[in-house]
Write a protein of this length. Structure first.
Lengths: 261, 237
């Protein structure tokens, strides 16, 4: 860790300031969500948070259901940290960071029951739809957790089933049937640096934090996934504060989903 | 049966609409966006930077490495599995060979210049779009270049010689098809990428190559404009 950067960041935070002049719980500008960025995907979106850019695409495939849930479809979330997006990343299979991101996004969607899995059933025990959500980084300037989760939900909102008639799957045409999305889970990650709590760290702040807590929540204020990260532990009091901040900022991020088309 | 009218209504030698932009990825030393029809490519250049492992280093010059990759949702059919495939490895290699002749890295011994290309959606011509984007990104990164490289697929669909085949034409089934992706150096008119699959006669090939060289000038103009546009914007603050 860069000690000077850390000290400088902490000093500023004690005065309620940040390196780029934002308030502690302000997101960078702009936060934008643009859907339909890939015509080959069944649904897609590009999310910008400040200089961070991620894309998400949904591909639907027909699979055999799991024996214990013969009438339910499935979802799969994958994150690729492209070497294009940062000098830190190298080509190769997903490492720990990419897998953690994917799993946290997956839980936020899966556990909130955002997708009606039973509506993904084509033929009980035989054929169900699997919703493949791929999230890729174009420019990593910090806060991938929130950006990836937002892009995934935006891509799901944009998704239509491909045409499927008499056992023939035709990817070239979309049906008029939208993906059954019941809720829109959004993730906010709160970072603790020394005694301060911030959201949406930039690249520098991402290197000097003590702990982070990602909170996925639905519009009714229910939490659907949590993930604590970072080297330092948190107190119950910390966690309560962080969840409060996350819930408040979640409605801000959610407003970008509807305004972004 | 003969191919009487192109599926998308274009003239035989007409290219699909093209858009290009330089400097779209802030972290990269150079970057570009290139769109032709429904095929979209992003390119990012990192370097010259130190090359690891060391045994790959060349004390006489820097080296150019290209990485072509389709995003998992960029194919018309099934999801594309992430990670290098046999196809993407071959395309990465031919991209390097297409771009290397114009790139001079002798000033940067022991380094690498890495070009990463990602495609969010494709409709044929993806390696050509990748090369076009990469060339703009290399120029944007300030790499010394002796020429610009433009790439386009030409070929035949049934009895017609065509430029810039789309997916429907590549998969035309009522007659023979030849798909010839090629890269052309703008000033010297030399060809640094040439592949072909399908069926074509020697005479038709010669004509197709001439056409490729001809239409590539339109692409080069768009690439050059993309680089200039970014430079102008920066100058105006």
């Amino acid at each position: 860790m860069d000690k000077e950067l850390r000290n400088y960041t902490v000093q500023l935070l004690q005065k309620g300031k940040r390196i780029d002049g934002r308030g502690l719980t302000d997101y960078r500008e702009p936060v934008t969500v643009r859907s339909g960025i890939s015509e080959t995907a069944e649904g897609s979106a590009e999310v910008h948070i400040g200089d961070t850019i991620v894309m998400a695409g949904v591909k639907m495939s027909i699979e055999t259901p799991y024996p214990d849930t013969p009438d339910q479809g499935g979802i799969m979330v994958n994150v690729e940290l492209y070497p294009m997006s940062s000098p830190q990343y190298e080509p190769g299979p997903p490492g720990q960071a990419a897998v953690e991101l994917a799993r946290v996004v997956d839980r936020g969607i899966r556990e909130s029951k955002a997708i009606d899995m039973k509506k993904l059933c084509i033929e009980k025990g035989e054929k169900v739809w699997t919703v493949n959500i791929d999230i890729v980084t174009i420019n990593d300037a910090g806060n991938l957790f929130d950006a990836c989760a937002l892009a995934a939900v935006a891509a799901l909102r944009d998704a239509y089933f491909p045409k499927y008639e008499n056992g023939d799957l035709n990817y070239k045409e979309k049906s008029k049937k939208k993906l059954p999305l019941l809720k829109e889970p959004v993730s906010v990650t709160v970072y603790k640096i020394d005694k301060s709590f911030i959201v949406d760290p930039d690249t520098d702040e991402s290197e000097v934090y003590d702990a982070r807590l990602t909170v996925a929540s639905t519009p009714d204020g229910q939490l659907s996934a949590l993930q604590k990260g970072g080297d330092m532990p948190l107190t119950v009091e910390d966690i309560t504060t962080m969840v409060d901040i996350a819930l408040e900022k979640a409605s801000f991020l959610r407003s970008k989903l509807t305004g972004g088309k | 049966m003969t191919y009487k009218k192109r599926f998308d209504g274009r003239d035989w030698l007409e290219l699909r609409p093209i858009e290009a932009k330089a400097g779209v990825i802030k972290n990269a030393d150079g970057s570009a966006y290139f769109k032709i029809g429904k095929t979209v490519a992003y390119a990012a250049v990192y370097g010259p930077r130190e090359l690891h492992p060391k045994f790959l280093q060349n004390p006489k010059t820097g080296i150019l490495r290209c990485y072509y990759d389709m995003m998992p949702f960029s194919g018309i059919g099934d999801r594309v599995r992430p990670g290098a495939s046999r196809r993407s490895k071959e395309i990465s290699m031919v991209m390097e060979k297409a771009l290397a002749p114009v790139v001079d890295l002798r000033e940067y011994p022991n380094t690498t210049v890495d070009v990463f290309v990602e495609l969010p959606q494709t409709d044929a011509g993806s390696r050509c779009a990748a090369i076009c984007a990469a060339a703009i990104a290399l120029a944007d990164a300030g790499i010394t270049m002796s020429d610009i490289v433009s790439a386009i697929a030409v070929g035949r669909v049934d009895d017609k010689i065509v430029a810039d085949l789309n997916y429907d034409e590549e998969s035309y089934e009522d007659g023979p098809v030849a798909d010839i992706p090629m890269a052309i150096l703008y000033n010297s008119k030399e060809i640094s990428l040439l592949q072909m699959d399908g069926e074509i006669s020697k005479e038709e090939l010669a004509r197709a190559l001439e056409i490729g060289i001809q239409v590539s000038e339109q692409i080069a103009q768009i690439q050059i404009k993309a680089i200039k546009d970014k430079y102008m914007v920066n100058n105006n603050g």
